[in-house]
Write a protein that binds this ligand. Structure first.
Ligand SMILES: [Zn+2]
Length: 615
């Protein structure tokens, strides 16, 4: 095995360690400090909300980095040798929050780190004991100088203890290990099973009959199997899936394992452990557990970190993409719509109406660095938002089902319909106002997004030049209006009043009241932007310098062009005069990433809007 290719004698290893410590070099030897260092080694980033983001998780954990920060506070204190390391880390969160993903990341990070930085362990020890445990008491005092306090009580496993009766401690062989999930080194998982059949061996191993036949004596430590999860996970981490469902006897073993770092094996000396015990459970299960008086001692030993749902819809898109890979052609709004809806169900209870909810969703977007946004996200962390609403698993299920159903191309319209039937109209959610409110929010959001796409598709890219010349004309009229002068009509060469019509049209496209003050304000802003781009020596680009105005004028064009389309834009049976327009729109939407089926559905959905705009 490659792990044990390099070996040292404990005596020389120990002298080398003391030298390194003397030079200020600290090698992580204990479980909590190994994981802490592993996570830290991937880098950190300070977030405006005040917490630290740990980059080791950035490919798997989205939107809840502050939870990792809280967990890291536990590891940091534990790594410094504080008593907190004797507590069991318990992650509590709603179903489908990232609890098990977090623990899984711990395992991956441990494997990755120890592959590059192998961990010293007593060679041939069944539990890969820490070499320090084999150092005689008299020698241990020196370690205290460097803040390593392993006390007097810690001993290596019974097999190594027996070996130490035969060889001098300095002669004991030390090897290097890499943690591995598959080979059961430093990483183990316990899942609750039928409490009636699960015996203690799953945790602490058992007497092996084959070895008993070989070594004869039950008191010979070599007859034990050491295959329990607390043994295979020694030096690293043991995950307890649905921890509180474990039977009481098992929880009692855990209690001793965490508090005294020890387990008791039949007929053998006590066995010392160095493990991170981390469990997870959901809120309901925890409350049920906490209501039982006999669980108090156990609850006292817990270090609880709450893991809520993510509240950032862009992060939710990444979560959904992890859960469901697009297996059919989809349009660019499919994941966005579902992610937006999912997050909206979690935020709806904090918003009084549709507009506040949409605003809140914008503010929870972590790319939004505005003061207001940072403030509300801090509040959300403090007040523990995100413990209700839709689980990402539920949205993922819907998405998978839809992909099977619409193999020829999935449209955002199908997603909106799916959301309605699954999460709004379904009897199960009949009395769920949040799901309904979130639905209204996603409809409004997606209609805005869609009209942008359709507008682009309808107007094509040639629009830019037209917008520019429209803007020139508008500005001329605005200037004359503000300065109370006349303009020269280029056609007739005659003086006339500024065109109130064009001013009004732009006001309404900007949702601006048509007052002299507002128009003057806008004029001054435009003038100063133009002046400053002239000073910088570059041409004035409306699209870049005043995007709001650019978009507003585009909307004006959209409305005016729609007016020109006489008949209804019927996708299935277009009138002869609109046939070409519909075909172009479908082609343009396809270029924007919409499968043909979706392009048609989208145009259909916006038909009613077209009609309204024409009036
Ligand atoms: Zn051992």
């Amino acid at each position: 095995m490659k792990n044990n290719l390099i070996t040292f004698k404990l005596g020389s290893w120990y002298r080398d360690l003391l030298n390194k410590l003397e030079n200020g070099e600290r090698i992580p030897l204990f479980a909590h400090e190994i994981l802490y260092n592993a996570i830290l080694s991937k880098g950190t980033e300070k977030r405006p909300e005040g917490y630290t983001k740990y980059k080791a998780f950035e490919t798997e954990i989205f939107g809840i980095d502050y939870v990792i920060d809280r967990i890291m506070q536990y590891f940091s204190a534990s790594a410094q040798g504080q008593d907190i390391a004797k507590r069991i880390l318990l992650l509590i969160g709603p179903p489908g929050s990232a609890k098990s993903t977090i623990v899984n990341m711990f395992k991956v990070i441990l494997e990755d780190y120890t592959a590059k930085n192998p961990i010293p362990a007593i060679k041939d020890c069944p539990v890969h004991d820490n070499p320090l445990y084999a150092i005689p008491y008299s020698q241990r005092q020196e370690l205290k100088k460097y803040g390593i306090n392993i006390g007097d009580e810690l001993l290596p496993c019974p097999v190594c203890q027996k070996k130490l009766q035969e060889v001098e401690w300095e002669e004991l062989e030390i090897g290097l290990i890499n943690f591995s999930r598959t080979r059961g080194i430093g990483i183990a998982t316990y899942a609750p099973m039928d409490p009636n059949t699960a015996d203690d061996s799953i945790l602490i191993g058992n007497i092996s009959l084959a070895k008993l036949a070989l070594y004869k004596e039950e008191t010979d430590p070599r007859v034990w199997s050491y295959t329990g999860v607390l043994q295979t996970g020694n030096r690293g981490l043991v995950e307890f899936v649905e921890m509180l469902k474990a039977k009481t006897e098992h929880l009692n073993i855990l209690l001793t394992a965490s508090q005294d770092k020890m387990i008791v094996l039949k007929n053998l000396p006590a066995m010392y452990l160095d493990i991170i015990i981390v469990g997870h459970t959901n809120q309901t299960e925890y409350e049920k557990f906490a209501s039982r008086p006999d669980t108090e001692a156990f609850r006292d030993r817990l270090y609880i970190v709450k893991v809520p749902y993510n509240l950032d819809y862009k992060a939710e898109i990444r979560i959904l993409r992890k859960l469901v890979h697009p297996s059919v052609p989809i349009d660019p709004l499919v994941y966005k719509a579902l992610a937006y809806y999912t997050v909206a169900t979690r935020l709806a209870r904090y918003a009084e109406d549709l507009n506040t909810l949409k605003k809140l969703i914008d503010l929870m977007d972590q790319e939004n660095k505005s003061e207001e946004a940072v403030k509300i996200r801090k509040k959300a962390i403090q007040e523990e938002w995100g413990f209700s609403g839709l689980s990402p698993r539920k949205s993922a299920e819907l998405l998978s089902t839809l992909m099977v159903k619409y193999a020829e191309g999935l449209s955002v319209i199908d997603v909106l319909e799916g959301i309605k039937s699954e999460f709004v109209d379904a009897p199960k959610y009949k009395n769920n106002p949040e799901n309904k409110q979130a639905y209204d929010a996603v409809i409004s959001y997606i209609d805005e997004e869609l009209s942008n796409y359709v507008m682009e598709a309808f107007l094509g890219t040639s629009i830019e030049e037209e917008v520019k010349s429209y803007f020139q004309n508008y500005l001329k009229n605005l200037e004359a209006y503000v300065k109370k002068t006349k303009i020269i009509d280029p056609a007739t060469n005659e003086e006339r009043d500024p065109d109130e019509n064009i001013l009004q049209t732009v006001d309404s496209a900007l949702n601006q009241i048509s007052t002299f003050e507002r128009r003057k304000e806008l004029y001054e802003r435009i003038a100063s932007v133009i002046a400053s781009s002239v000073i910088r020596g570059k041409g004035f680009e409306l699209k870049d310098e005043l995007p709001e105005l650019y978009e507003a004028i585009k909307r004006v064009f959209f409305k005016e062009k729609i007016k020109l389309v006489g008949g209804s834009i019927d996708v299935e049976m277009p009138l002869p005069e609109t046939k070409g327009i519909v075909r172009d729109m479908i082609e343009n939407l396809k270029k924007a990433g919409f499968p043909e089926r979706s392009a048609k559905l989208v145009i259909k959905r916006l038909e009613h809007m077209f009609r309204k705009e024409r009036k």
